[in-house]
Design a protein around this ligand. Structure first.
Ligand SMILES: [Zn+2]
Length: 98
């Protein structure tokens, strides 16, 4: 019996690979949704959907099109936000003294 050529080994490997990939896909979509919110983008849910439907291409498009800048913690809710945003996208707190 040759273990390397056994089709069940391939089926098990493919199933494990598919489960790991689906898990990574969900992680990327969750990251895009959270990060898009922190960057004050209009449609975090749409970005999550794009990353979920086109896992690698969608994630790359997101990374290259997202607004770049320094992320700082909000002084009220401590969630990250872009430093140039005057209003926290998480809790709506207006930063005044900056
Ligand atoms: Zn906040």
């Amino acid at each position: 019996m040759n273990l390397i050529l056994d089709p069940t080994v391939f089926i098990i490997l493919a199933a494990v690979g598919a489960i790991i990939f689906a898990f990574l896909q969900i992680l990327m979509a969750a990251f895009a949704a959270r990060d898009a919110t922190a960057r004050g983008m209009d449609s975090p849910a749409l970005w999550a959907l794009i990353v979920l439907l086109f896992p690698i291409i969608g994630f790359l498009v997101y990374v290259f099109t997202m607004p770049h800048g320094v992320m700082v913690p909000c002084s009220r809710c401590a969630n990250p936000r872009l430093s140039h945003l005057s209003r926290c996208p998480h809790c709506g707190y207006e930063e005044t003294a900056q």
